[in-house]
Design a protein around this ligand. Structure first.
Ligand SMILES: [Zn+2]
Length: 117
């Protein structure tokens, strides 16, 4: 399950950012996940619980923003959101391989605090 590896990287990045803000606890992590990123949100949520156990993000909420797929047509230049997995341009019918959005997996926001007082 490669979601665990992806989530491990996202967590490391989140911990780094939290530490640079002087925080000791992470309460919420928001990720943008493209529909084409090849990950299942449920698997990602499971992986999150696995990798955060015993870390400063243990018990934190995971928020996933799903990013729709956007293609650009090579023939007529139209940008469109393909239906299903057939990336056919609704304007001219050409098949597009130029995916502009929908492949991202990135950390977008972080809610942290320092537990001290
Ligand atoms: Zn087109």
């Amino acid at each position: 399950m490669h979601e665990v590896g992806l989530m491990q990287s996202a967590l490391e990045l989140a911990e780094e950012q939290a530490r640079s803000r002087g925080a000791t606890r992470i309460h919420r992590i928001t990720l943008r996940v493209g529909r084409l990123a090849g990950v299942e949100p449920e698997a990602l949520a499971f992986a999150f619980d696995v990798v955060t156990a015993g870390t400063m993000a243990e018990g934190a909420a995971l928020q996933i923003e799903s990013v729709p797929v956007v293609c650009s047509c090579g023939r007529c230049g139209k940008e469109f959101a393909p239906q299903d997995f057939v990336f056919a341009c609704p304007g001219c019918g050409a098949l597009s391989r130029d995916v502009r959005a929908g492949q991202e997996l990135e950390l977008t926001s972080l809610e942290v605090s320092d537990d001290g007082d």
